[in-house]
Design a protein. Structure first.
Length: 403
């Protein structure tokens, strides 16, 4: 096997995924082309050397359809020889795109690839592509389909996480994200988004609420009570988990991930390709894994996929210096910390999607870049990025710094 190295990682700032969000006027292909152009320019890259561009996109319809990876590469001015492929594994799509791009290098089938993702949730709403999981009773009923928000509340109920627990986690995410921005921790990796007139429309994550406190969070109503109680999904979940008498709905808009627009890109190659350009490898991809988990509770996959990736790498949980776990819902991270005995000072140390948002297909690439930046800042050796995934799945990637 050939080692695959990370040479660069960039992302856009995340704009509110609404019509009044700063990035609503920017098409998803423009977002993707922005990060691809930045990778080229920052690294003086001859684009014809790139073998493939792999981009995650969770809702590949409308403006995000027609193999957005290939079209974004062409829009960014890449050589016509550069191929592109779009992948969808729900929320882990961006990380899986990086893993797939790296696997081409590791198997000797490519010398230089780019992985990442894009999602414009303000222009292509989540769920626009439909799908049998939620819409076909012949599929959804045997699987005890439960919407993710109700699944997150089910986790909290079964694990004993209270409303104060999830709100306290959310408040800390906001504080950490604000502190990281104030300290310019994201400056080196965030690429401003410009419009067609070359005017900067956004250069900072827009979804953050730095003034968040426990009182303001407590004022928010639970977001998934109606889905659970009025639409019957509580009963569905309890049929699958009869140990639960009733589901406590503790998740709100304040302790769940934000709906946002954004894109990410990670440059991956062989050591020989880096030597050709005079690049210094920032990290090596040591191991990655994906897994399936029970699809009704859905969001517990990061625990088992982390164990799977660690086993592949011949490592233990204590060998990882820093963790990034997508903050889909506060209970997902609390569950991970509880079951793997990970202290909060080792995970999501610069905040996460509760504060800054979760642009579905792009998030995996974003958190991997955030992880690498912080590993360098703290001068630590190993990091693991992971995400929970729709329909009960997980993905994880372990990276280690190169000296």
């Amino acid at each position: 096997m050939t080692d695959a190295y990370i040479y660069d990682a960039v992302r856009t700032p995340r704009g509110k995924g609404r019509k009044d969000g700063a990035l609503h006027e920017i098409t998803p292909i423009h977002l993707a082309a922005t990060v691809l152009g930045a990778v080229r320019d920052r690294n003086a890259l001859t684009t014809g050397d790139v073998d493939d561009v792999v981009l995650g996109c969770v809702t590949p319809v409308g403006e995000q359809g027609a193999d957005i990876a290939r079209l974004a590469a062409l829009k960014a001015g890449y050589d016509h020889s550069v191929t592109g492929i779009q992948v969808n594994r729900f929320c882990s799509s961006g990380l899986d795109a990086v893993n797939l791009a790296a696997s081409q290098v590791m198997s000797g089938q490519a010398d230089l690839t780019i992985g990442g993702g894009v999602e414009s949730m303000s222009r292509v709403p989540m769920g626009s592509d439909g799908g049998a999981y939620s819409m076909d009773p012949a599929v959804s009923m045997p699987l005890y389909f439960t919407p993710q928000g109700v699944s997150a509340d089910l986790i909290a109920t079964r694990e004993g996480f209270t409303r104060d627990d999830v709100d306290a986690y959310a408040m800390e995410s906001q504080k950490r994200a604000a502190a990281a921005w104030d300290a310019s921790y994201f400056k080196a990796s965030v690429v401003p988004v410009k419009d067609v007139n070359d005017r900067v429309v956004l250069d900072r994550d827009e979804h953050m609420r730095p003034s968040t406190d426990m009182q303001s969070l407590a004022s928010l109503n639970p977001a998934f009570t109606a889905l659970g109680e009025q639409y019957g999904f509580d009963s569905v979940a309890i049929q699958r988990y009869p140990d639960v008498e009733r589901i406590e709905h503790v998740h709100t808009a304040g302790n769940s991930s934000g709906i946002v627009d954004g894109a990410s890109a990670v440059l991956i190659g062989t050591r020989e390709m880096g030597e050709k350009y005079g690049w210094t490898p920032r990290a090596r991809l040591r191991a990655f894994a994906s897994n399936g988990s029970e699809p009704s509770i859905m969001l517990t996959g990061p625990v088992d996929v982390t164990r799977k990736a660690l086993k592949r790498a011949g490592m233990e949980i204590g060998d990882i210096d820093l963790f990034e776990l997508n903050e889909a819902f506060a209970s997902v991270v609390l569950y991970f910390m509880k079951h793997l005995s990970v202290d909060h000072d080792r995970i999501n140390v610069n905040g996460g999607a509760i504060a800054m948002g979760h642009p579905l297909g792009a998030t995996g690439g974003i958190i991997l870049g955030t992880l690498l930046d912080e590993m360098e800042r703290r001068d630590v050796e190993t990091g693991l990025a992971t995400l929970c995934v729709g329909a009960g799945q997980g993905a994880a990637t372990i990276i280690e710094r190169v000296h």
